[in-house]
Design a protein around this ligand. Structure first.
Ligand code: SAH
Length: 279
């Protein structure tokens, strides 16, 4: 059990804490997430939550898996919501632990709505979303003053598993200088084609960041025109983020994790671009 120097709320019996576990590195848990882990009777967790984080649960806490495993279909969302309600009614202290932030492409909103409907008391504990914190571990800031004053977070597949038609790819290609795509590896070819058709440059930098913040983190630096083939050639697998935009260039200066392994960092990654002489 961790001694808390702060007066943090307690996870009380009958309550559900809908909690983000961050992108993977246990060091990126919030104090409230750690507090929840140290007090929960039951931790209902998703596939993206790693064992190092689950090891922080109170000894005796029941760990319940609510994701996909061994090719079996994932637990259905209504089943998960029902289970949370049931555990709460049994008077359990329930930590619902999800990868990244629970409200970012995590269906946390749906679970929270079910809790409201059932009258279950709950707290939302935000987490560091992979699209921000994961990219930071790859040395890529999602905004940089000389590059972009807007960034868009997009899901690369919809509920049917196809490229989302609800996304106006043309408008995004024109209006958003930096695009951060979750769940996009499978459809990277189709997405890159749509962006290029809408006017994005083939040589625009792209990074694919797999298992961000974990010891197995891998980063592929490529371009919009080459990313689909490069992903296949690299054998990279989900979970991965795809980031499109000039901010990727900053990695040559800001790959702080690579520098720990001896990578030499170059302080002027944008060159003339940072002085407004874009070509
Ligand atoms: N709620 C989560 C996102 C869940 S959707 C969050 O806020 O981060 C699942 C997708 O998130 C994955 O397909 C992948 O695109 C991304 N993701 C989550 N963790 C990741 C990690 N450690 N490395 C790379 N991508 C990750």
């Amino acid at each position: 059990m961790v001694d808390f120097p702060l007066s943090l709320p307690s996870l009380d019996p009958g309550w559900v804490w809908l909690t983000g576990a961050g992108p993977g590195d246990p060091g990126l848990l919030t104090l409230l997430a750690l507090r929840g882990l140290s007090q929960a009777d039951v931790v209902v967790y998703d596939a993206l939550v790693g064992s190092e984080i689950l090891d922080l649960a109170r000894p005796g806490a029941v760990l319940e898996y609510a994701g996909k495993r061994g090719g079996k279909p994932s637990a259905k969302q209504p089943d998960i919501s029902r289970r949370l309600v049931q555990l709460s009614r049994e008077g359990k202290r329930v930590l619902r632990l999800k990868g990244g932030d629970p409200f970012v492409f995590g269906r946390g909103g749906e679970e929270a709505l079910s809790l409201v409907e059932a009258g279950v008391p709950f707290r939302v504990v935000p987490g560091i979303s992979a699209g921000i914190g994961g990219l930071a571990y790859a040395g890529i800031p999602v905004t940089h003053r000389d590059v972009n004053s807007a960034v868009t977070f997009i899901t690369g597949h919809d509920t049917n598993g196809t490229v989302p038609d609800s996304v106006d790819w043309t408008a995004l290609a024109r209006g958003s200088p930096v695009l951060v795509l979750y769940m996009a590896l499978k459809h990277i070819e189709a997405i890159a084609e749509r962006l290029i058709a809408a006017g994005r440059r083939r040589d625009e930098p792209v990074a694919v960041v797999c298992r961000a913040t974990l010891p197995e983190q891998r980063v592929l630096e490529t371009t919009l025109g080459a990313c689909a083939a490069d992903v296949v050639a690299s054998g990279l697998e989900p979970p991965a983020l795809v980031v499109v935009g000039e901010v990727v260039r900053l990695r040559t200066a800001l790959d702080w994790l690579g520098a720990l392994d001896g990578r030499v960092l170059f302080p002027d990654p944008l060159g003339s671009r940072s002085r407004g002489e874009t070509g």
